[in-house]
Design a binder for this molecule. Structure first.
Ligand code: SAM
Length: 277
């Protein structure tokens, strides 16, 4: 009978954030595949986990995946961990998990910390709909172009950023999204120097320049989505009325729908009702 693949989330700073279930799985599995064995030593030592550890990172992912899969097919239980947080969230593991499904291997997630969710939960920005973009490009031109594509995105935007690029990134965001768009900077989450600041992009930019927000450690940047503009019924009717001077009622309603985002049938009914008044 084949074993299983466990995807185990580990702390993003504060080691006490590990779950009981994570410790149990890491103790009882046959092998831990870790992004960086030296980095994980501290965590494993702290919880007296003596399981064998093997390095599994982006450089050996392709060649090691089939070996690990074969071991699971042979009955072994393998746990995947990354340096911090949830594996596969901007970390290695995608190839292994996909290969597990192709080989009918059971994949068992052990949930726990992830910087994206931790930051969102304390961001003070809308969290019901969000998009996670990971790291932006290190190249200024590509980064700005990418941000420009997100100008009218109404969902909250979440990014990971490195300390040496945080100032440039916030400046680019201010140029693209405008000074008043709100942003939350979540730095060193769960660690001693944790800092979470919600303010406008221009205010956060100033706080970074005057070091009120320290440019050190790990960062999550959360940007408020664009405000959705809703067109009033009066505006819809006005557009439809102008277009009706040149077009048939059906064509006018169709074009009004495209311009305003209101459903074609609704525009048609509204216009019909207005004409009877
Ligand atoms: N797998 C991890 C997770 O679930 O969050 C993310 C790994 S990614 C390679 C590392 C990035 O996550 C950092 O550069 C930073 O942007 C963010 N990050 C990780 N730990 C953090 C922390 N304690 N505070 C703020 N950001 C953190």
């Amino acid at each position: 009978m084949s074993g299983s693949l466990y995807i185990v989330a580990t702390p993003i700073g504060n080691l006490s954030d590990i779950s009981e279930r994570a410790i149990e799985v890491l103790k009882q599995c046959d092998l831990i595949a870790a992004e960086d064995t030296r980095h994980s030593k501290n965590l494993l030592w702290r919880f007296n986990i003596k399981t064998k550890v093997k390095a599994y990172h982006e450089h050996n992912e392709s060649q090691l995946t089939s070996q690990l899969i074969q071991q699971i097919i042979d009955g072994k239980f393998i746990a995947l961990i990354s340096d911090a947080g949830t594996p596969l969230i901007n970390d290695p593991g995608y190839k292994l998990v996909t290969a597990a499904y192709y080989n009918r291997i059971k994949v068992i997630p052990i949930p726990g910390p992830s910087a994206v969710i931790t930051a969102l939960s304390a961001s003070g920005l809308p969290t019901n709909r969000f998009i996670f973009e990971g790291y932006l490009s290190a190249k200024k031109e590509a980064r700005k172009k990418f941000l420009q594509q997100l100008i009218s995105e109404s969902r909250t935007l979440v990014f990971y950023e490195a300390p040496h690029r945080i100032l440039e990134t916030i400046q680019d965001m201010q140029d693209v999204f405008g000074s008043e768009r709100r942003v939350t900077i979540a730095r060193e989450l769960t660690k001693k120097h944790e800092q979470i600041v919600l303010d406008s992009l221009s205010a956060v930019n100033k706080k970074l320049i005057n070091e009120e927000i320290k440019i050190k450690g790990e960062f999550v940047v959360i940007v408020e989505g664009a405000q959705e503009k809703s067109v009033s019924d009066v505006e819809v009717l006005r557009v439809n009325q102008i277009l009706s001077e040149k077009l048939s009622p059906k064509d006018a309603a169709g074009l009004t729908s495209k311009i305003t985002g209101k459903k074609k049938n609704e525009v048609y009914q509204m216009a019909l009702k207005a004409s009877k008044k």
